[in-house]
Design a protein around this ligand. Structure first.
Ligand code: 13P
Length: 254
């Protein structure tokens, strides 16, 4: 059985008091109401990580993630945060290659390959994001583009290493738009990614890697999307900022 994961990417939202309130509500609701084995990952802005970690404590259900990290261990990189710093704050997961980082901060597949390697060396679980823009899908090039993103960032890894990666398929046209991919579109792309990994590594490895869907997941569409064979959970943006909505998305696995 593959691990199920629901991760909340807060993006650049919430002051510290707002973030602490949100996190403690989610922690209590998840502990009180959720009846499934899905892992929950809270992914606040860097500056809130230690504050939120003290609320999570040593839960084996709720984990702490970061939204990015630098590809070097330390040094003269003003404004950046390294993998070992994240680990020292109790972080276990890190999003890499979110489409917003690719679009606004110029992150390339080559850079992401470095970041994936580096975070794995530091014992973090990368949540590697891939996904196509609308014009790419309209040109029916989505498989080729996502295939290239996965290949360039992940296929230098050994089989043991790639088994430690989580992938998130996030079609850019579905992020923050309220337009979600249909369950069939999500399943088709997740199966495509899994087959690509099976062809490069092995079916056993492909079957072990959680592939999350992201893009306008809400409480009312989560169950249908998560019920697809190759969808192992979600990377949630807007709805992760509302404790009730986020918890209800986690409960879609009940
Ligand atoms: P929304 O859920 O707001 O569409 O965002 C998805 C996302 O980008 C998560 O990383």
């Amino acid at each position: 059985m593959r691990k199920k994961i629901v991760a909340g990417n807060w993006k650049m939202n919430c002051t510290l008091p707002e973030g602490k309130k949100l996190a403690s509500e989610v922690i209590h609701m998840v502990e009180d109401e959720v009846n499934n084995e899905a892992e929950v990952v809270l992914i606040p802005p860097f500056i809130h990580l230690t504050g939120i970690q003290s609320l999570i404590g040593s839960s084996n259900k709720i984990f702490l993630g970061a939204q990015n990290c630098h590809q070097n261990q330390s040094g003269a990189f003003t404004g950046e945060v390294s993998a070992s710093m994240l680990v020292s704050c109790g972080v276990t997961h890190v999003i890499l290659g979110h489409s917003e980082r690719r679009e606004y901060f110029g992150e390339t597949d080559e850079l992401l390959s470095e970041k994936v390697n580096f975070t794995l060396e530091n014992g973090l679980t990368p949540i590697f994001c891939c996904g196509e823009k609308l014009e790419v899908r309209e040109a029916r090039d989505h498989e080729s583009l996502v295939g290239t993103q996965v290949e360039k960032a992940l296929f230098d890894l050994s089989e043991d290493q790639i088994r430690k990666v989580v992938i998130a398929y996030e079609p850019v046209w579905a992020i923050g738009t309220g337009v979600t991919a249909s369950a069939e579109q999500a399943q088709e792309m997740h199966a495509f990614i899994r087959n690509q990994i099976a062809a490069k590594y092995s079916q056993d490895t492909a079957d072990s890697i959680p592939i999350l869907y992201g893009g306008s997941v809400k409480p009312d569409n989560a169950k249908e999307i998560f019920s697809q064979q190759d969808v192992d959970g979600g990377l949630i943006g807007g709805a992760s900022l509302k404790s009730r909505d986020f918890t209800n998305i986690v409960k879609a696995f009940d």
